[in-house]
Structure formats: structure tokens, C-alpha cells
Write a protein that binds this ligand. Structure first.
Ligand code: AMP
Length: 299
């Protein structure tokens, strides 16, 4: 496995690659969620590049950029074991040279709500860095997690709008046995907060049950039930609870199509996001035809 830190060197390495090139962009502090993307990408491609870059432009000034967990040595051991060909771990100066102004942005409703509303500039930072990594690595396929549902849709939109020659593949959220979505930020949680964080998967499961098992179609009722459950946990603060169209992420009044429940909840100083598919009888076949599956676990 090669470890490359300079963009020019990565470009030279890429130019010599033959066959299908897959890319998994990460910010490191790897867990099984990341590794599920790596494993799928390994199976699908001849060459596999994983990037490890804590992207400063997707953090707000009051956010956790400095504190974000970093352990490249451990990440490299994990990636080597998965048969990765190249790890590209660039410096910030290489990605953002002095005077950098080449922002890549998706405009419109997809980026105005949810993370776009609560983390101004975050999605622009994501699209900018992903576009730059695409330019340097030139992958045929790139892999992203459904865990960051809005990010995945925004990256897809960017690829469409700019006609980038990359196939974007979204993969299901990997969870701990008790339902908590794996996240590098879970490392911030104290044992008490870790227990409190279970309100997030519990709220998702409650909503899923209401829609799927009880046939509830009133989006406000689902939102309210999820909010009430979360509010019962004193350590939890809600940023948003949203029932949205699963593709456009527009807020729904009636759940009459494949939808997502999207949550952003702060537990102490740690902000967690998660989402679940709300499948309902009327829309099940349409969703299945799209290969769209709801996450299920027991809480
Ligand atoms: P990050 O390092 O947090 O930027 O995540 C890198 C990629 O891993 C993104 O595409 C995430 O959506 C994905 N990812 C993060 N957590 C999970 C998870 N629990 N399951 C699946 N994918 C994940």
C-alpha cells in the first residue's frame, strides 16, 4: 500500500493506474462504517484509493476542527488490512493553495435546509473538497455513506450539474449493536452521554414503526412523536427533526412517497446526525424497485 501526501504525486500515481479506480473519501478516525465502504469499493474496482483528510472548510469557526480525532497510523493499519492500493493523505496547503478561490457549490433547496441551515458553509466545504479530490484522483466510482444522507445527495447533484465522469455509490449506515450509528464523533461521548445518545436510534425506530407498521401518513405526527421521545432525554438538544422526501429532501406534509426521517441532535457538546428510511405499504414497491431499503435494528 502506498501512502501519498502530495497532490502532484497522487496525480502521477493515478496516471499510471490501469482499470477501474474506486475512491473512498474519509476524514480518518476510521470505524466499521468507513470500512464497509472500503470493502465494497475493493470488490468493485481494480484500483482503490482511500483519502484521509480532515477538511477544514467543512467546519464552522465554532466547530470541532482542532479537536476532531486524528490517528493516521491506526487508519493505515486498518486500510492495509483491507487491501487498499493507495492512501492519499494530503496537507491542507496542497488542497487549498494560497489564494484558493475555486469553491464548488450546489445551490437551491437541497442545500438550504437541514445541515445547510444549521452548519452554514458546511456543504460548500464538502462539495469543494470532493470536487478537488475527484480532480486529483479521477476515480470512476466514489463511495459515500447514507449516514450523511444530505451530503450524499448534494454530491450526486454536484456530479450531475458538472457532468463529472464519476459514479456515486451510496451505502447503508453501519450501526453499533444497540442501534447507534457509527461515527468518529462518538469518541467524544462520555459513558453517560453514550447512553443518552440512544434516543437517536430510538426516535428513528419509533418513526419507522409508526409509518411502516401503523400506517401513519401525517408527517407532523411522526415528527412530533420523535421530538417528544428525544425531549424526554435531558442531555439531548434537537437541532432538527425532519420528515423529508428521500431524494429531494423537501419537508413532507403527507408521507405519500419514500421518505427519510432526518435527525440532528446534540448530546452535551457532541452533535450527532442520523436518518432512517420511512417505508410504507403504499410506497414499498416503488422503493424496492429503486433498491432502497430501510435500516432495521432492535432497540
Ligand atoms: P467521514 O470520515 O465522517 O467524513 O465519513 C467518510 C464517509 O464514511 C462518508 O461517506 C460517510 O457518510 C461514511 N460513513 C460515516 N459513518 C458511517 C456509517 N456509520 N455507516 C456507513 N458509512 C458511514
Amino acid at each position: 500500500m502506498k501512502v501519498i501526501t502530495r497532490a502532484a504525486e497522487m496525480e502521477a500515481e493515478r496516471a499510471a493506474m490501469k482499470g477501474r479506480v474506486g475512491l473512498v473519501p474519509t476524514m480518518g478516525a476510521l470505524h466499521e462504517g468507513h470500512l464497509s465502504l472500503v470493502r465494497r469499493a475493493r470488490r468493485d474496482n481494480d484500483q482503490l484509493v482511500v483519502t484521509v483528510f480532515v477538511n477544514p472548510t467543512q467546519f464552522g469557526p465554532q466547530e470541532d476542527f482542532a479537536a476532531y480525532p486524528r490517528d493516521l497510523d491506526r487508519d493505515l493499519i486498518l486500510l492495509e488490512a483491507e487491501g487498499v492500493d493507495v492512501v492519499f493523505a494530503p496537507t491542507a496547503e496542497d488542497i487549498y493553495p494560497l489564494g484558493f478561490n475555486d469553491w464548488v457549490e450546489v445551490n437551491g433547496p437541497l442545500t438550504e435546509r437541514l445541515e445547510g441551515e444549521f452548519r452554514p458553509g458546511h456543504l460548500r466545504g464538502v462539495t469543494t473538497v470532493v470536487a478537488r479530490l475527484f480532480r486529483i484522483v479521477r476515480p470512476q466510482r466514489a463511495y459515500f455513506g447514507e449516514k450523511d444522507a444530505q451530503q450524499l445527495r448534494v454530491v450526486r447533484r454536484m456530479v450531475e450539474e458538472r457532468r463529472l465522469p464519476v459514479e456515486v455509490i451510496g451505502l447503508p449506515t453501519v450501526r453499533e449493536p444497540d442501534g447507534l450509528a457509527m461515527s468518529s464523533r462518538n469518541a467524544y461521548l462520555s459513558p453517560e452521554e453514550r447512553a443518552a445518545a440512544l434516543v437517536v436510534p430510538r426516535a428513528l425506530e419509533l418513526a419507522r414503526r409508526m409509518v411502516e407498521d401503523e400506517g401513519v401518513r401525517d408527517a407532523a405526527a411522526v415528527r412530533r412523536a420523535a421530538e417528544e421521545l428525544i425531549r424526554r432525554e435531558p442531555r439531548a438538544r434537537i437541532d432538527y427533526v425532519s420528515v423529508s422526501d428521500c431524494e429531494t429532501l423537501e419537508e413532507l406534509t403527507v408521507i405519500d412517497r419514500p421518505a427519510l426521517l432526518l435527525l440532528a441532535v446534540r448530546i452535551g457538546a457532541t452533535r450527532l446526525i442520523d436518518n432512517a428510511a420511512l417505508m410504507s405499504a403504499g410506497v414499498e414497491s416503488a422503493a424496492a424497485a429503486k433498491g432502497w431499503t430501510g435500516a432495521r435494528w432492535t432497540v
